[in-house]
Write a protein that binds this ligand. Structure first.
Ligand SMILES: *[C@@H]1O[C@H](CO)[C@@H](O)[C@H](O)[C@H]1NC(C)=O
Ligand SMILES: [Zn+2]
Length: 449
């Protein structure tokens, strides 16, 4: 990252630096950056996000842009802000540009610049919690709309911009309720854009699906016994056998990633997150007693292409077999999040020629002189899953190239040149999306109009 902005005497880098400086010094771009800083300075960190200030700020932006706006509280104190730029053919399926307003907490003392100051250093890095995840995207949508409006562009399709709360704590009171609402139904959404991840190279990353979290707790029981006695089937022994089995599976998946055969989002990840056993004593644990119960917890992530039945079978037969006196529980996420959409198909958005929105995105990015990397499955969760569950296409995309992945990390930053480039990219995408009319090849598309 540093390399890009600390050129080593090469003419190419010098030219790059000069052109960068030119781009950065226009009065327009400094306004764009200060609006971004303003949004970043609002502390919307969980668990006590300042949604009121964020809402006021977004509504003021919306007003300046002449967009229709409404604030919907599906849950009190958790506003979903919905902006609307009406198209010439409002009956066509609309475009939804989604972002979340909350950010993850910070460990203030581990930051070199205060996380809610949005300080810009000498190379143009803007330091703030949310600079990558994902206040950048939310405001880039609005800046792109501003630029398009300034140019007199008029959308054919209606463009919605939504700012939702609580993504960082699961999105249940935000995007989930929004996606299931009547308001959403009436919006007749055709395509959703949501967040992606930064890319350390010069291409953008793009996501067409995501893994589903399964939180697993396994519990072993067995006869207690003296700490000195060797006997079979103690709770600890039973649990250790399971842990060995889980570890073998974990290694088999990780090996595929290490060998470059699969991407991180394409394998089942399993990580042990807690171990609970032992008989407490005033000084710690009773050391000469083998306990009668032992538990372990795992965070499992299941890609949409995996077979959930066979994984469940593996859990029941190998990781927590009743024959070994073990029980298991799959947490609430298992019941809620499904790797399938409402029509029982894997919740994946087609990332090929069969999906016109995909083709448009690829071309729009190309027109703005950037490229997309091979589409990926998002390794963790985002709000996009609630839209995909409805059967809608949703693409995860945050235009941050040449940027280390720092979401949820200390010293999260985004360079201002990269931020401005992102605005340009969205201008290109929104323009093409909002102008898109299907070729009248069949009756269906005519009817749509
Ligand atoms: C399971 O529990 C029963 C009853 O406590 C015990 O007799 C049996 O040996 C245990 N089996 C295993 C495999 O732990
Ligand atoms: Zn995010």
């Amino acid at each position: 990252m540093e390399k890009l902005y600390k050129p080593k005497n090469s003419i190419y880098s010098l030219i790059q630096l000069i052109s960068l400086t030119l781009v950065l010094s226009t009065p327009q771009s400094s306004e764009i950056i200060s609006r971004f800083q303003h949004y970043l300075q609002i502390n919307t960190a969980q668990p006590n996000p300042d949604y009121t200030s964020a809402t006021n700020f977004i509504l003021s932006q919306s007003k300046a842009l002449n967009l229709e706006s409404q604030t919907i509280e599906f849950v009190k104190g958790k506003p979903v802000i919905l902006l609307k730029w009406i198209g010439k053919y409002p009956k066509l399926p609309s475009i939804l540009l989604n972002s979340h307003t909350d950010v993850v907490p910070v460990e203030q003392h581990k930051w070199t610049h205060p996380p809610f100051n949005a300080h810009i250093d000498e190379v143009g890095h803007i330091y703030a919690r949310g600079s990558q995840d994902m206040k950048c995207v939310g405001l880039q949508y609005l800046e792109a709309i501003r630029a398009l409006k300034d140019r007199g562009f008029e959308p054919v399709r209606t463009v919605y911009v939504s700012f939702v709360p609580d993504e960082e704590i699961g999105g249940h009171d935000g995007a989930e309720k929004f996606a299931q609402s009547e308001v959403f139904e009436k919006m007749n959404v055709g395509i959703v854009l949501d967040e992606g991840l930064a890319s350390p190279n010069e291409n953008y990353r793009v996501f067409y699906g995501e893994r589903c979290p399964w939180w697993l707790v396994i519990k072993a029981s067995g006869a207690p016994g003296h700490g000195a006695k060797l006997f079979d089937n103690s709770a600890m022994e039973n649990l250790l056998k399971s842990i060995e089995s889980v570890r073998r599976f974990r290694a088999s998946q990780f090996d595929l990633v290490k060998a470059g055969l699969k991407a991180e989002g394409e394998v089942v990840s399993v990580n042990m997150v807690f171990l609970k056993a032992g008989t407490p004593s005033p000084t710690g644990f009773v050391m000469n007693l083998q306990p009668s119960e032992a538990e372990a917890g795992f965070d499992i992530r299941v890609p949409p292409t995996a077979d959930p039945e066979s994984l469940e079978k593996r859990i029941a037969e190998e990781w927590a077999p009743s024959s070994r006196n073990m029980t298991f529980q799959l947490g609430q996420f298992k019941q809620k999040g499904s790797v399938h959409d409402k029509s029982e198909k894997p919740a994946l958005t087609a990332a090929d020629m069969s999906n016109p929105w995909w083709v448009l995105l690829e071309e729009a990015v190309k027109k703005a002189n950037r490229k997309l990397d091979k589409p990926e499955v998002f390794p963790a969760s985002t709000d996009a899953r609630y839209f995909r569950e409805r059967g809608l296409p949703a693409i995860g995309f945050s235009p941050m190239a040449n940027t280390p992945v720092l979401l949820h990390d200390h010293n999260e930053f985004l360079n201002k040149a990269e931020y401005l480039k992102g605005v340009e990219i969205y201008e290109s995408i929104i323009k093409d999306y909002a102008s898109y009319i299907e070729k009248p090849s069949g009756d269906a598309s005519k009817e749509e109009l």
